[in-house]
Design a protein around this ligand. Sequence first.
Ligand SMILES: [Zn+2]
Length: 332
Amino acid sequence: MEIYKGQLVRLLLGTLILAAGLAAQTANSPADPVRTVVARLELDRYKAHIKGLSQFGDRMQGTDRNRSAIAWLEKQLRSFGYTNVQRHPFMSRSGPLENIYATKIGTTNPGELYIVSAHMDGRGGGEAADDDGSGCAVVLELARVLGMSNVQTSRSVRFIFWNNEEFGMDGSGTYALERAPLQGTAAEPKWLGVIQHDMMMFDHGMPPGPKQSANADIDIEYQRNSRMADDSAKLAAALQAANRTYASYPATVGTNMAGTDSIRFEDLVASVSVRENERVIEIVRGSNPNHHQPTDKYENYAEENFGFGFNSAQTTLAALRQIARITLGGLR
Ligand SMILES: [Zn+2]
């Protein structure tokens, strides 16, 4: 009996010493700067950005709903500290429109630029909450965190909200056409990559069920049949690696990027889309029953949907830490 008690005491003591040792190790190890910056993303704010855009309805191009949403986006970007908010006017088939963007200027390589984007227009007569309020909210939340005064990036990051993705992708198309030849001049930094976010929240499997799929994953796609396929595959891999460590839902890389603004850049620079499902074999075949419908409303998404969309913000921000070299205060 005495021996048993002694063993028990030793076991308990051993456990305590081990626990104390682990605690000390955790306290003494240097903070992971990626985790620190990713922890600044807030799910409640992500949801508030979606709600904020949803108030303008579907934001179809050429409507007051569209123009009011652009004014709202400008107000948000300015509130995050950006004094360089720009509108990029262009002539679409449906009349004069504007893209809007703000830029985090790189500290050591300001002339090198990553484009982080989503489309602010929508369709369907609802609120275009998922398509693409959910992608705009990723871009806004990243802009908010990178806009913090003690966050720096070595390279520049431009947060662009494209207009008229839905009826011609001519906001992104015009920007690509006009600015590609200007790269490296004062008018436009050299592009290093484009990361587009379009429909982030809804992976209920295929065919879609009432609840989120147990296998819900983020789909990162590039276009294998494009001039920049090799560079785009590397960009996709960087996002996937970041996802593994800093997000909860896994990311799958696909090779058939389609049907979103990043295709306008695929022959010019590394380009990927980040989405809730694969475009060609899932979204087009009805993976989200709210797609382009009046039911694409904020109220029709559950907490698990918002949480899933938020994971893409974590994924892209963690990747930017590496590729755009984010530094945080004195941490490197
Ligand atoms: Zn879309």
